[in-house]
Design a binder for this molecule. Structure first.
Ligand SMILES: Cc1cc2nc3c(=O)[nH]c(=O)nc-3n(C[C@H](O)[C@H](O)[C@H](O)COP(=O)(O)OP(=O)(O)OC[C@H]3O[C@@H](n4cnc5c(N)ncnc54)[C@H](O)[C@@H]3O)c2cc1C
Length: 438
């Protein structure tokens, strides 16, 4: 943990770097840790879009062979897309001029401008660092969950291993109790825990068995969604669909042999047991331990960045993007898209010895799929104020938004965000609103 808030200038860091550089061949101008949505978009910006740094100057550290478009997992869980459609080999999405080191980063040593890797690659030093390691999923924080996920009826859209269990679980239940959960932590895509519930509801209605299934949404939150405008619409939808919602209910244990899910009522501290026939779990999540050297006592373990510039609060040559930072917005790929323009412009300025100037307003978005062919496109900023792209009321269910989510957004991800050319919809929003508004 950082104890001091003294800022360290790029100049000072360069001096550290020259004394601490292990070997020339292990030194890079820009090191990006994590080859997910944020990491690849930044790597593309610096090799193909904003600047064309030579091969060998930009390195991405990423252990996985496959890159997944995680937002598609909602549709995979409902059988609308396949898991194969959601993934591509990492080598095929890595920008061409980037050196990919297929390894896990085990520590970040910002005072020495270096990162340590788990394998034979040892230690790398850098002039500039972008950290994009996502959020950590804590499956083990719910007692019995990992074993329960091996049993029929228990599933989660939150990993590539468990998302393939969701459709069989939806198809497998003919009557009884279906429970969907939202944990007592920050998570990625705060709408996903309920989207799969609406798609399951649609499936059971289509098959004429909805009246035999009780749907319960047990959420640790006190509201159905954080933004009042969309919460109002969603409250109506859960009423219309006859879904029971229990607020401040946090899943703490799954007893698979009894098919019981145990929730802590956060208001009364009481433990409550619910019988389930199907259980979709959104697991607790936390800051990746790797970023602890970049966290501070207020950031909850997340990498501590200036919420507007996304520059590290202490180290001027370090930026963060995506789920691993403490920027107080909802963690989504849409937020990453808006952040990538800000991080890349500010980092380029710092590389040239200037101050960061681009500001992130907290833009994030969540396509709340509410049924087959229906979606509410929530878009909002740090203040939970709607920041809608289209000049219509986006809190109304729309078929167009559903097809955008299903067909257009994957394209924007693979061919726009990962190529460094999609910075979110701000430009289009201004045009659609005739230059007025934000
Ligand atoms: C079910 C589900 C539904 C979602 N729906 C939506 C949606 O509808 N809309 C939306 O915008 N977003 C959605 N999201 C969220 C979105 O996928 C994430 O917010 C986004 O991927 C975050 O990007 P990131 O780069 O921060 O992290 P990731 O894309 O998760 O990438 C992190 C990368 O870092 C790598 N890494 C981790 N640790 C290390 C290490 N020690 N060393 C090196 N590399 C490391 C990982 O292997 C990974 O490749 C959804 C997510 C899920 C799971």
């Amino acid at each position: 943990m950082l104890l001091s808030t003294t800022r360290v200038s790029v100049h000072q860091l360069r001096r550290y770097a020259t004394t601490a550089v292990p070997k020339d061949k292990d030194h890079y101008h820009l090191v990006v840790v994590g080859g997910g949505a944020g990491g690849l978009s930044i790597a593309a910006k610096f090799t193909e879009v904003l600047t064309t740094l030579d091969k060998g100057k930009v390195v991405v550290i990423e252990p996985n062979e496959m890159h997944y478009y995680q937002p598609m997992w909602t549709l995979v869980g409902a059988g609308i897309k396949t898991v194969a459609q959601s993934g591509r080999p990492m080598a095929s999405v890595m920008p061409r001029q980037v050196k990919w080191i297929r390894d896990r980063c085990v520590s970040i040593e910002p005072d020495h401008n270096r990162v340590r890797l788990s394998g034979a690659n040892g230690v790398l030093s850098y002039d500039f660092l972008v950290v994009a390691v996502g959020i950590h999923i804590d499956w083990n924080r719910v007692k019995g969950l990992t074993d329960a996920l091996k049993t029929p009826g228990v599933c989660s859209n939150y990993s590539v291993e468990t998302v393939t269990k969701t459709l069989p679980a939806i198809e497998g239940i003919k009557e009884g109790n279906a429970i969907f959960t939202f944990p007592n932590t920050a998570i990625k895509c705060a709408g996903a825990p309920q989207k799969i519930m609406y798609l399951a509801d649609a499936y059971w209605r289509q098959h004429g068995i909805r009246d035999k299934i009780n749907i319960t949404y047990n959420t640790a939150l006190g509201v159905i969604f954080g933004v009042p405008k969309y919460a109002k619409a969603l409250n109506k939808i859960v009423d219309q669909k006859n879904i029971n919602v229990n607020y401040r209910h946090n899943l703490v244990e799954v007893v698979a042999d009894k098919k019981e899910a145990v929730f802590e009522d956060l208001a009364s501290n009481e433990r409550k047991r619910f019988k389930y026939d199907m259980l979709h779990v959104t697991p607790p999540m936390s800051a990746p331990p790797l970023v602890s050297s970049l966290a501070d006592p207020q950031s909850g373990g997340y990498m501590s960045v200036n919420k507007e510039t996304l520059q590290h609060v202490k180290y001027e040559n370090i930026f963060g993007i995506g789920d691993c930072t403490n920027a107080p917005t909802s963690k989504t790929a849409a937020a990453v898209a808006a952040q990538t323009g800000v991080v890349s412009r500010n980092l380029l300025a710092v590389m040239k010895g200037k101050k960061p100037y681009a500001h992130y307003d907290g833009y994030t978005s969540c396509p709340l799929v509410t049924g087959n062919n229906k979606c509410i496109l929530a878009e909002f900023d740090y203040n939970l104020e709607p920041l809608e792209t289209f000049p219509i009321d986006q809190s109304k269910e729309s078929r167009l938004m559903y097809y955008m989510k299903k067909d257009l957004m994957p394209n924007m991800y693979w061919n726009g965000l990962l190529k460094g050319i999609w910075n979110g919809p701000q430009f289009y929003r201004r045009i659609m609103h005739l230059g007025m508004g934000k």
